[in-house]
Design a binder for this molecule. Structure first.
Ligand SMILES: Cc1ncc(COP(=O)(O)O)c(C=O)c1O
Length: 382
């Protein structure tokens, strides 16, 4: 039992961490502490509370880069709403034109839709590359002057972009740009991202035990190719009658390029707490729970498992029972699982022609008893 989730009611089994993880007590405390002790805005104020906010926000930015073993010399971190918002923001801000935009078949609607729209708007050919069953991308893919948006870990079955480093090398050799969707990778597969040579990494703090927030990790070398599309307070040094000077030219204010207006300071500070908390968690215990669930489902003759291997994200469907009905039956036993296509409509529905699925996504809040409760509930249904 993880004491940081002691607030969880008995019998409540939350298997939807891939959507939004539960927040451990230290993260909730960090947020409350900000609200009660130094609630103030950053960047603009000279009073003491504001200085504390600025320090804490900068600490979070540092923690994000340290977490991925990236250097502040090479990268900056901006905060946004979520992965989707950050990704769209970057796509709209890029001034450079590409010969093709590439994404993969197992993407979340977030890259899938935004790449469709980018292609339409810029009249850029769009290609969908099929990932291998292990999640890797074919290395003979032509990335010539391509804008590539790809997930590091899938939200369907936890498949990983196993050859991320080779792919990044290949993309850059062919003058392409790599935007990594790290929404699922940040919490449980950070080793895969460590030192990754992506040009942009988009993530959602709410999928990594932090408050609702998004983040962008951007190569500083990309700055000349970015023009902010949202403008307003907190990002200018000077404003005249009909012009302005952006403060992102100042090395200390680079992140403001994607941070127009007042920011979610409490949430950013909560993310800092989550980044201190995450590395202390028991990855082996999470793996063991995932493996137990995977083995149980695999052994069940009526279960069609989508996963090839155990990961904290497991999807399946049952012969002869609608997944939404199964979701309701599970809910009646206290189990919160997702049903449907999890925003991966193209791959799951139109390519694989699967019926709606059930997804169990685990986190550090889960207890061995959660798995037993699920097994008993499914056996009852079967
Ligand atoms: C792989 C992946 N990419 C992108 C997203 C979008 O994240 P958000 O809704 O936080 O923008 C998700 C959300 O589940 C995801 O799993």
């Amino acid at each position: 039992m993880n004491e940081d989730f002691a607030y969880l009611p008995e019998g409540a089994v939350y298997f939807d961490a891939a959507c939004q993880s539960l927040r451990p007590q230290p993260v909730q405390d960090a947020l409350t502490n900000y609200y009660q002790r130094f609630n103030s805005c950053g960047e603009r104020v000279k009073y003491e509370w504001g200085k504390r906010t600025d320090d804490a926000v900068e600490t979070t930015r540092r923690h994000v880069l340290d977490y991925l073993h990236l250097k502040p010399r090479d990268y900056f971190v901006s905060f946004t709403l979520n992965t989707t918002y950050g990704l769209n923001l970057v796509l709209d801000s890029l001034t450079r034109r590409f010969d093709q935009i590439i994404t993969s078949d197992i993407e979340h609607n977030s890259p899938f839709l935004s790449s469709i729209e980018y292609a339409r708007r810029h009249n850029t050919p769009r290609r969908i590359i099929d990932r291998h069953p292990d999640g890797s991308l074919p290395e003979d893919t032509d990335f010539t002057n391509a804008l590539v948006i790809i997930n590091a870990v899938s939200n369907i079955d936890g498949r990983r972009l196993e050859n991320l480093n080779q792919i990044a090398r290949q993309i850059h050799k062919q003058n392409g740009l790599l935007i990594l969707d790290a929404a699922q990778a940040m919490a449980h597969e950070v080793a895969l991202l460590s030192g990754a040579d992506a040009d942009v990494i988009c993530f959602s703090a709410h999928k990594m035990y932090a408050p609702s927030l998004g983040g962008l990790i951007v190569k500083k070398a990309l700055l000349p190719e970015l023009k902010p599309i949202f403008l307003g307070g907190g990002m200018v040094d000077d404003v005249t009658l009909d012009d302005y000077t952006l403060s992102n030219k100042n090395p200390d204010h680079i992140p403001s390029i994607f941070e127009p207006g007042l920011q979610a300071y409490g949430e950013i500070i909560g993310l800092g707490a989550a980044l201190e908390w995450l590395p202390k968690q028991d990855r082996k215990a999470l793996h063991n729970l995932s493996t137990e669930l995977f083995d149980f489902l695999k052994a069940s003759p009526k279960v069609h498992l989508i996963n090839q291997q155990p990961t904290p994200v497991i999807s399946f469907y049952l012969d002869g029972l609608d997944s939404h009905l199964l979701g309701t039956a599970l809910s009646n036993s206290g189990i919160m699982a997702r049903t449907g296509y999890f925003c991966c409509h193209y791959y799951l529905d139109h390519k694989m022609h699967y019926p709606p699925l059930v997804r169990l996504s685990l986190g550090y809040h889960n207890r061995p008893s959660d798995v037993q409760q699920f097994k008993a509930a499914l056996e009852k249904v079967l």
